[in-house]
Design a protein. Structure first.
Length: 198
């Protein structure tokens, strides 16, 4: 004898049937998600332990950018740099490293020079280097350029000198890093050394 056992059917609460469509809307879901996130964040801030050193030691910063494999620091890219006059932000696609006029400039990583050019405004005299793996580095406001298009460059050979060309108010190197056609902050690609105070 074969028994056909049918699954038990559940009936929803009438109140649940009434409210469920409202909570399934995308706007309501996003609002509730935001409220839950803010509440979680606020409760986490209130319940932090008194000893912040323990908490800080256990926090790991996530970096979405994958840095170029480089052993060079800013001190090697621009050994005489004296500081950063402007950082990476919306409207400024790179960082500006100040240095005395004529300071030697080195590439962030070995590569091939793909462009040597001059703009009356903007970069002034500048060099673009293809560093491989979708990374291009740009060096702007140069006074002298020691490389030509097609040259292979290494991190131990100067590509030029800091100048005052293009749109600039003082001697500095404008450094940009482009990863897969998008400008990204150059700092993760370099280890910031101690600036030379002059």
């Amino acid at each position: 004898m074969i028994l056909n056992i049918l699954p038990k059917t559940r009936t929803s609460n009438p109140f649940s049937k009434l409210i469920r469509p409202m909570f399934e809307r995308k706007t309501i879901k996003s609002i509730l998600g935001g409220v839950i996130s803010v509440t979680s964040l606020a409760s986490g801030l209130v319940i932090l332990p008194v000893d912040q050193n323990i908490v800080a030691a256990n926090i790991q910063v996530l970096n979405t950018e994958i840095p170029t494999e480089t052993k060079k620091s800013f001190a090697n890219v621009l050994p005489e740099y004296t500081g950063i006059s402007q950082g990476f932000h919306y409207g400024h696609a790179g960082i500006d490293l100040t240095a005395p006029l004529g300071s030697s400039i080195y590439p962030i990583k070995e590569g091939v020079v793909i462009k040597v050019s001059f703009l009356k405004y903007g970069y002034g005299r500048y060099v673009e280097i293809d560093n491989g793996n979708g990374v291009i580095s740009i060096y702007g406001h140069m006074g002298k350029i020691f490389v030509n298009e097609g040259d292979k460059v290494a991190t131990n050979k100067s590509i030029g000198e800091v100048g005052l060309t293009g749109r600039t108010t003082g001697p500095h190197l404008h450094l940009e890093v482009i990863k897969n056609k998008s400008n990204i902050n150059p700092q993760p690609y370099l280890a910031l050394g101690v600036a030379n105070k002059r």
